[in-house]
Design a protein around this ligand. Structure first.
Ligand code: PRT
Ligand code: ZN
Length: 299
């Protein structure tokens, strides 16, 4: 494979980010076949190959230019960046785009009986985490001195085992915290998946493909919520109807043959279209309302 011509992107092999990462690449037009336990997949219709790895390895692979691109959570990226700084390496990974999946937050959580009255309450306590560098920065920025207990997993049971007084861990719904009788008290870092790239300058062909990919990723993100709405309405109701269409620019208005005052209205709505919106449109005089998914969009 010619590294001068083909881009290589690192994606989580098997975990929370895998399906949505592959779905994104697929929506960007990439065709590839993935066999079981395969480490690498070759793009069939684009010079873009996918390397499957543990998410924790993605920042290093991109920093060291083994991969040109990567899809990784900001939580992992920040921890690795701070770890590089701590050992005297300059992190040179560039975040190209933040993506709308893999959302979670790194939070401080305390046992139910812990009396928390602001961050000062954790001063001098032991905090278990798998994100020691991000936590240390947070404590530093807030002027708190506490002991960081670095674990490699199962952080949520550390207080029960007596290994820590509180924890700093990833949360999405919060049900894991509840199940472990823990209570979220402060957000340390908001995270989502990021598309990152190597610090090394890319040869022309590859740089072109990165640009094209970014435009496509942007298009994919825009259409996720977007819908195309078509409806009929009396011309007199147009201004009210236009106001009800969520996140749309000026709609297209088309006269309808032989229906007197009636027109057809077509619009792209960039926000979620709820049933309530359709009911309001109907109440405003709209009829024959159709809501269609938008497949692709190029601004
Ligand atoms: O094997 P590999 O190292 O690749 O995978 P991993 O086990 O390290 O990671 P994985 O697949 O669990 O998560 C990958 C990434 O998903 C994380 O680095 C985050 O960027 C993102 N993410 C999003 C999450 C969550 N949401 C999340 N909820 N990662 C972990 N969790 C944990 C959370 O800590 C809790 O223990 O999932 C559990 C359920 O969360 P609640 O709050 O919904 O109960
Ligand atoms: Zn991991």
């Amino acid at each position: 494979m010619d590294r001068q011509q083909r881009l290589r992107i690192a994606v989580q092999k098997s975990g929370r980010l895998t399906d949505e990462s592959l779905d994104l690449l697929h929506r960007c037009g990439l065709k590839f076949s993935r066999g079981k336990d395969q480490l690498m997949c070759y793009g069939e219709n684009m010079p873009l190959d996918v390397l499957f790895v543990r998410d924790d390895d993605i920042p290093d692979l991109v920093q060291e230019d083994v991969c040109d691109l990567g899809l990784v959570g900001l939580n992992v990226l920040e921890e690795k960046r701070l770890a590089m700084l701590a050992r005297g390496t300059t992190p040179r990974i560039e975040v190209l785009q933040k993506l709308d999946f893999g959302r979670c937050r790194l939070s401080l959580a305390v046992p139910q009986e812990f009396v928390f009255a602001g961050l000062q309450s954790i001063a001098g306590k032991r905090i278990a985490t798998t994100y020691p560098h991000v936590l240390a920065r947070f404590l530093r920025e807030n002027g708190i001195t506490a002991e960081i207990v670095t674990l490699s997993g199962a952080v949520e049971i550390a207080p029960r085992l007596g290994r820590a007084d509180l924890i700093c861990d990833l949360v999405s719904t919060g049900s894991t915290l509840t199940a472990n009788h823990l209570r979220e008290v402060a957000v340390v870092l908001e995270s989502q998946v990021c598309l990152v790239r190597t610090p090394v300058a890319l040869p022309g062909v590859k740089a072109d493909w990165v640009r094209r990919l970014l435009v496509r990723v942007d298009g994919v993100q825009q259409v996720r919520e977007s819908k195309y709405i078509m409806l009929h309405a009396p011309r007199s109701a147009l201004s009210q109807i236009a106001k009800l269409l969520p996140g749309s620019e000026s709609p297209t208005v088309i006269p309808l043959d032989g229906t007197g005052d009636k027109v057809a209205v077509h619009a792209v709505c960039r926000e979620t279209v709820f049933w309530e919106t359709l009911e309001s449109l109907k109440a405003a005089g709209a009829s024959a309302i159709l809501v269609l998914p938008v497949e692709k969009m190029l601004a």
